[in-house]
Design a binder for this molecule. Structure first.
Ligand code: NAD
Length: 420
């Protein structure tokens, strides 16, 4: 029998290593560590989908709930060819810490289907989504586990999930997912929330580190929901966006890319490639170009021991989940490059998801201004708490955020006790 080689990068191993480092510093007991390391529930579903040409194809999906001691599980659903159980486990664990670091009453979960949605027609994508939603319907619900969009899923996908779940109940259950279209109980500001939160955190980090936000040179990897909104808001704040990338490649202009033009270009052409006034560059090389702030906003594992020695940024703001490997983190730290971790930097999305869920449960909706103000408040408050912890503990931002988050989840776990 062939021996399976370990994967070069296992996101769950990365997530556990980050947790262990914080647990060591918090002096958590071995029992508590074992509880907090283990995902509470892991559901794997294999299901058939009828394709447009009549063929039937099998797909595999997951829903993992990591820890629900502070409230219902919360986390996005990803459709991607590279989804794996270990990736979903890692993302679920990060959600637990993320909800805790911004102190919203949720636990962590994540879901995913192994599929390249670009290869599906709209009707195939709808059938896949509805079947996956039905397969996981036993574990999701407004009181138990509330999905949201993630890579390659969007408000339309959330609408199909909400509709499918509601059909099985016989009445509308808007609070079963967040990130829905406004017309069915979505929240104002949700689409922009993650990018808005990233830009608030970048601004606060610049203040804390004595860096000027206005005129700062910024590189953003990924130009989807999070990357594009972050680019737009930082451009509006006076930053110079010197490089952008998407799955097809990267573009560079040291004088600054006109972000509104790039947004329109991508809407028309589907990719950044060919944007007038910017040079095409290799996607990986783009991360190493001169800049002040580097914002990975695509996928995990992008900053590794291979490129970390060449990163030129002074500040990395992790808009994506898990973009920096543990090794890269150590190298960046040694080189004096500050890294604001994902669990804080991209928590704006789950924060407004929380607002959406509250609005759905109350059937009472807030204006966009109110939402953005509340988001701003939670993100600045959370950044300040992490900054204070960092100074108190003389550690980096990731450790400070983990110390806060893990301590909150550990406390909730302890006070609830072991059942029975
Ligand atoms: P998205 O699907 O809208 O966009 C992903 C972007 O990344 C696309 O532009 C894609 O072309 C690009 N991309 C993919 N592979 C790439 C590569 N190898 N190099 C460069 N670009 C690449 O997804 P999103 O919702 O913007 O999510 C991006 C990241 O942010 C993910 O890590 C996700 O988990 C995280 N996140 C998203 C939210 C949210 O509210 N959407 C919240 C928190 C965290």
């Amino acid at each position: 029998m062939a021996i399976k080689q370990p994967k070069a990068l296992n996101p769950f191993a990365e997530a556990v290593a980050q947790f262990d480092a914080a647990a060591d510093r918090l002096n958590l007991s071995q029992e508590l560590r074992a509880i907090l390391r283990a995902p509470k529930r892991e559901l794997t579903v294999n299901f058939p989908v009828r394709m447009d040409d009549g063929r039937v194809e099998m797909y595999t999906g997951y829903r993992v709930q990591h820890n629900i001691n502070r409230g219902p599980a919360k986390g996005g659903i990803r459709f991607d060819a590279n989804v794996s159980l270990d990736e979903v486990r890692a993302l679920a664990m990060w959600m637990t810490w993320k909800c805790a670091v911004v102190n919203i009453p949720f636990g962590g979960a994540k879901g995913g289907v192994i599929v390249d949605p670009r290869k599906l027609s709209r009707t195939e994508l709808e059938r896949l989504t509805r079947r996956y939603a039905t397969e996981i319907a036993g574990v999701i619900g407004p009181e138990s586990d509330i999905p949201a969009p993630d890579v390659n899923t969007n408000p339309q996908v959330m609408a199909w999930i909400m509709d499918t779940y509601s059909m099985h109940r016989g009445y509308s259950v808007p609070a079963v997912v967040t990130g829905k279209p406004l017309s069915i109980g979505g929240s104002e500001g949700r689409m922009e929330a993650t990018g808005r939160g990233v830009s608030v955190v970048a601004r606060e980090a610049c203040k804390a580190l004595g860096m000027e936000l206005k005129g700062a040179r910024v590189i953003i990897q990924g130009f989807g929901n999070v990357g594009s909104i972050t680019a737009k808001l930082l451009h509006e704040a006076g930053c110079r966006i010197v490089a952008l990338s998407d799955v097809y490649g990267a573009i560079h202009n040291p004088d600054g890319i006109d972000v509104p033009v790039a947004l329109r270009y991508v809407q028309e052409h589907g990719a950044l490639n060919g944007l007038p006034g910017a040079e095409p560059v290799d996607g990986k090389a783009a991360l190493e170009l001169p800049c002040d702030i580097l914002i990975p906003a695509a996928l995990e594992g992008q900053l590794t021991h291979l490129n970390a020695p060449r990163i030129q940024a002074k500040l990395v703001v992790e808009a994506a989940n898990g973009p920096t490997t543990t090794e890269a983190d150590a190298i960046l730290h040694e080189r004096g490059i500050h890294v604001v971790p994902d669990i804080l930097a991209n928590a704006g999305g789950v924060t407004v998801s929380y607002f959406e869920w509250v609005q759905d449960l109350q059937h009472f909706f807030w204006a966009e201004d109110e939402i953005n103000q509340r988001l701003e408040h939670i993100m600045t408050r959370s950044f300040a708490a992490v900054q204070a912890k960092r100074e108190e503990q003389n550690c980096d931002y990731r450790m400070a955020a983990y110390l806060l988050a893990v301590a909150r989840v550990a406390e909730a776990t302890q006070v609830r006790g072991i059942y029975p």
